[in-house]
Design a protein. Sequence first.
Length: 168
Amino acid sequence: RCPTKSLLEGPLNFINIAGHLGADPEVRFTSSGKKVTTLRVATRSRKGQKDDTIWWRVTLWDERFDKMVPHLKKGSAVIVFGEMHKPELFNDREGKPQISMEITAVQINFSPFGKPGGSERSQEGASHHAGPAAPFGTPHPEGVANPYMSFGGKTEGQGTTVDDEVPF
């Protein structure tokens, strides 16, 4: 079966991003025992002479990326392909409006443009696919109305914990 065809059967809001991890992966479990790993990925956007950093929260469901996660560390360069979700607005610690961008990963690759000597060096070109996307309208395994929220709602400080240190 053609993997592209299965992707086209589902939602059409897929995106590729390339950036660096702003922290080590965070592994949690839902109340029903489903494993959820969260990555914080910083990407660079340039407008004229000004560089901006865009932070993405990347969600990895179940054990799909278990062989890759131990090699992901703060500063690792990655390329993520996944389903983009509606951005959320929030205020940072200083009260400035910010935007939270979210992706559910379908595929993750180590970027060949990573930091020299980093863990991605030994895994250069490695990738992991989550398999074909579920058909459009298929409920998420958790069966929640918004499966991309952290376990039924925001946790304290969610969206405001981005380090000031950019990992590139």
